[in-house]
Write a protein that binds this ligand. Structure first.
Ligand SMILES: *Cc1c(COP(=O)(O)O)cnc(C)c1O
Length: 231
């Protein structure tokens, strides 16, 4: 049986709502971001036309360059860069994305700050944290996050720091995955009290682990496969 895009998005949204309610939260607390990397524009348009998606995530600047200028102007969405950003692509990223979720160094933050100042632009950013400790993953080490935030607050005042992002560990072990998410939430609470920032966004949870992430406090899940099918 072929499942329609509408059915898949609705099913994911329903799972999100149920997971939120099960942990005593409101469904409206959890934003669904559809990860559209490698997907053709027509398919992404279909997903957004369900009326259930207002945020799209891409992990390469190159794909933002191909998609954003061709996006239908009557369909309003926010584009998020969720993959690693090289400083030489920062200017392009700032032209195309509303939010950069992968800030993990002061050098990158300062580059973004400088371009924002030059171009009179504002951007939301998340700090990517490597909660799993896996060498293959980008993100600042949890114990360095506070120092980095303080440095960003001091020298990058145009950047609107909205919260934290992480990618769960690559394992089937639910306990280990839950611990990584729990550690990001705990870190965000510590940073909130040490910096006085609101840090409302906790971007964690993908197709295989979003219900667990919501249980641990996620406010934004990034879902590709469960919406678009296998890449
Ligand atoms: C690809 C990707 C996702 C989505 O992964 P799925 O397992 O397809 O849901 C989420 N976050 C990041 C950073 C990604 O690169």
């Amino acid at each position: 049986m072929v499942t329609s895009v509408y059915d898949r998005v609705t099913a994911v949204r329903q799972q999100i709502d149920e997971a939120a309610v099960a942990s005593g939260r409101s469904p409206g607390d959890v934003t669904l971001l559809a990860v559209s990397k490698t997907q053709p524009l027509e398919k992404i348009v279909k997903v957004v036309k369900t009326g259930l998606i207002y945020h799209l995530g891409e992990n390469r600047v190159q794909e933002l360059m191909e998609k954003v200028p061709n996006w239908p102007s009557d369909l309003s969405v926010h584009w998020h860069l969720i993959g690693q950003l090289q400083r030489n692509k920062a200017r392009k990223a700032l032209e195309l994305a509303h939010c950069i979720q992968s800030v993990d160094s002061l050098r990158l933050a300062e580059t973004l700050q400088r371009i924002c100042e030059e171009t009179d632009r504002q951007v939301s950013v998340l700090l990517e944290v490597n909660t799993s400790g896996e060498a293959s993953k980008s993100g600042v080490a949890p114990q360095e996050a506070e120092g980095l935030i303080e440095a960003i607050l001091t020298s990058c005042r145009t950047l609107s720091l909205q919260g934290l992002m992480t990618i769960g560990p690559l394992t089937e072990d639910q306990v280990q995955i839950g611990q990584a998410f729990e550690s990001l939430r705990a870190l965000s609470e510590r940073l909130r009290s040490s910096t006085g920032l609101e840090l409302p966004v906790l971007s964690m949870g993908m197709s295989d682990d979003y219900c667990l992430a919501i249980k641990e406090g996620s406010t934004m899940v990034r879902i590709g496969t469960a919406i678009f099918g296998a890449r």
